[in-house]
Design a binder for this molecule. Structure first.
Ligand code: GUN
Ligand code: ZN
Length: 433
């Protein structure tokens, strides 16, 4: 019998493919289902009576009747040092960075501040049903150590990296091309693939890295091909003009990264709103990922992500909160705002497509779909229980849903947030505070 056996009972909803390409066969729903977890993994899934009959003696049973049991949400782009600048008034990207973010991030020189920030951040992700995230730390190596230590203590699958910045930022937040390389390399060697952790080489964006630093980041990506790369691209018009002035020899913003060897199947580019055709082509040919961050794009007035254009071209797409430019930790709320962004471009986003994106779709974007993102035996047991009647307003709304899955899911996505998350299981352990 496995250690810590637990049966999680509810309405089991899981994806095996993208509903945009596979239609109704992309998901499965077991109305009275159960998942048996043990040793941090999913051992069995099926009709509740069958799973219960085969569960080991002494297994704990968590009955979430009426709630959906899904894979934990995955957030493909978020900043853990920005939990105390989230919701800062009145600025667009470059001013917001200078006036708020770069001031806040200096506090992460203090390891105690890093530890407190990491603990809060992970608790908040779990409260919102997010079990895996791709995370920016600050320029300080201690911010990365604190984050990975807190994630490891919770048994969570997390990807993170030290921000590299060697120009156009306060002195206290800058490294150099060489220091950025050396410190990143030491962190990679300390944390990469330790347990459930992964490392992302993190040049912040082309505005704050010189060519020498981007080249150093590219060298790291070549030396450590199992590491990710994360950065920002084509978020804001003034930012794009700055990049064009800084790199006159490059064909475009994305080309700056491509020339440094930073595009590729493990590279995630935040925002990708104002892309030229040649940039779309580069993302496609390199199999890079564009992260759609709707609450951030609305809050910072950055622009409207063109999902249909990118999907049609074959760009891999992820969904992300981008806290603290983004204004919510909740992937449900993020999907709701994503729907509204697409509406403004006369595009649609059925609920099943959005829930796919939050789970298996983002797992695929991060090349983690062999481990997380769906409910299958052998996968890691990161699961959430989502109550579609969690609030009086939701319960009232569901009276007219008539039990129709798409209607329930859509209302849950539009009106839900952390209050809808009844429990978050990380490697099979309940972690919602
Ligand atoms: N571009 C460079 N840094 C950042 C950041 O911290 N947030 C956002 N939204 N965009 C960025
Ligand atoms: Zn960001």
């Amino acid at each position: 019998m496995s250690a810590n056996a637990r049966v999680i009972r509810g309405r089991i909803l899981s994806f095996n493919d993208d509903p945009a390409t596979s239609g109704a066969s992309a998901h499965s729903l077991i109305e009275d289902g159960a998942v048996l977890v043990g040793g941090g993994r999913i051992e069995a899934v099926g009709e509740a009576p069958d799973v219960l009959a085969h569960a080991p003696e002494g297994a704990v049973v968590d009955d979430h009747a009426g709630s959906f049991i899904m894979s934990g949400f995955i957030d493909a782009h978020i900043h853990y040092p920005q939990t105390q600048v989230i919701g800062s008034y009145g600025a667009q990207l470059l001013d917001w960075l200078q006036n708020y973010t770069f001031i806040e991030e200096q506090k992460f020189a203090d390891p105690a501040h890093c530890a407190r920030g990491a603990e809060f951040f992970l608790d908040e992700l779990f409260r919102s049903g997010t079990t895996t995230a791709m995370v920016y730390c600050t320029v300080h190596p201690q911010s990365v150590d604190a984050f990975f230590a807190a994630a490891e203590a919770r048994g969570a699958r997390m990807i993170a990296g030290k921000v590299m910045m060697d120009r156009d930022a306060p002195q206290a937040l800058m490294d150099t091309a060489q220091r950025g390389y050396d410190e990143s390399k030491a962190l990679i060697e300390r944390w990469r693939n330790r347990g459930r952790l992964g490392y992302a080489i993190t040049p912040r964006f082309a505005v704050t890295s010189t060519q020498a630093q981007l080249d150093a980041a590219g060298a790291l990506a070549r030396e450590f091909p199992d590491c990710y790369v994360q950065t920002h691209a084509d978020e804001n018009k003034a930012e794009i003009a700055r990049v064009a002035a800084l790199f006159p020899e490059a064909k475009s913003y994305v080309d700056v990264y491509a020339r440094a060897g930073l595009t590729g199947p493990r590279s995630v580019f935040g925002h990708c709103i104002h892309l030229q055709e040649s940039e779309v082509a580069e993302l496609v040919s390199s199999r890079s990922v564009a992260a759609f961050c709707p609450t951030s794009n609305l809050f910072l007035g950055s622009g409207l992500f063109d999902e249909a254009r990118l999907a049609k071209a074959g760009v891999r797409i992820a969904l992300a909160t981008d806290v603290g430019g983004g204004t919510s930790y909740s992937m449900l709320h993020t999907a709701a705002e994503g729907y509204k962004v697409l509406q403004l471009n006369h595009q649609s986003w059925p609920a099943l497509h959005a829930f796919y994106r939050m789970t298996l779709g983002n797992a695929r974007a991060l090349s983690l779909d062999d481990r997380i993102g769906s409910i299958e035996p052998g996968k890691e047991a990161d699961l959430i229980a989502l109550d579609p009647r969690a609030t009086p307003a939701l319960a009232h709304r569901m009276e007219t849903a008539g039990g129709a899955l798409e209607v329930e899911l859509f209302a849950l996505m539009m009106m839900g947030d952390d209050r809808a998350v009844r429990q978050t299981y990380v490697a099979g352990e309940p972690r919602k505070l």
